[in-house]
Design a protein around this ligand. Structure first.
Ligand code: URA
Length: 208
């Protein structure tokens, strides 16, 4: 699984434990997802190439490195990916955002796309935001939909994954770099990650 990068950092582990805690309310849950997203983004872009820009500073005009912020398109997978968007947009405020809504048929676990509002991706870096990689079905599907839009590259930021889903992504999309905070043990027979955090969408938006 060469393209799966398990980002190990005490701050991430601490946040994941807070997400697991069933006494974490939905407000805090969203906040922790957002913080995990931000830390993963920092890691994902650590070797990014910068361009130069002339900046007027207190002693005159100097050239300094800047990120080409408009090159990035964040694509949260609704609904659980939404809270991660806040964190990453704080880091790259001029990035664009696009939205994909994918649900799964709870019986067959098959993925269904029901909303696609992604801006043009040609020449862009598409960054998928999706907390859970369980069977990998929705991430696999999202990557396929995004690939059809011809981005320059695709990165995926995820919070918790099961080996089954990560293996699937690694085999099917070895060109996509996946940055993930935690790889858990397994899936249960309903396709939920064990120990996991439960249903991330329900926990983030206080639904059942
Ligand atoms: N989706 C979730 O929100 N949680 C899981 O454990 C698996 C899929």
């Amino acid at each position: 699984m060469k393209n799966i990068i398990n980002v190990k950092h005490p701050l991430l582990q601490n946040l994941v434990t807070k997400l697991r805690d069933i006494n974490t309310n939905s407000y805090d849950f969203r906040k922790y997802l957002s913080e995990v997203g931000r830390i993963l983004l920092v890691e994902a872009l650590k070797d990014e190439t910068l361009k130069e820009k002339e900046v007027q500073i207190w002693v005159g005009n100097y050239r300094f490195p800047v990120l080409d912020e408009e090159k990035y398109v964040f694509i949260p997978i609704l609904r659980a990916g939404l809270p991660m968007l806040d964190g990453v947009l704080e880091m790259i405020p001029l990035a664009r955002s696009g939205f994909l809504a994918i649900k799964r048929n709870e019986e067959t676990l098959e993925s269904i796309l029901y909303y696609d509002r992604v801006p043009p991706l040609k020449g862009k870096t598409a960054i998928i935001l999706d907390p859970m990689v369980a069977t990998g079905g929705s991430l696999d599907y999202a990557i396929s939909v995004i690939k059809e839009k011809n981005p320059e590259r695709i990165i995926s930021l995820n919070v918790i994954g099961a080996p089954e889903g990560l293996n699937r992504i690694s085999k099917k999309h070895p060109d996509v770099k996946v940055f993930i905070a935690q790889i858990d043990e397994k899936l249960n027979d309903k396709g939920y990650i064990i120990p996991g955090i439960g249903d991330a969408g329900d926990r983030a938006f206080n639904t059942e």
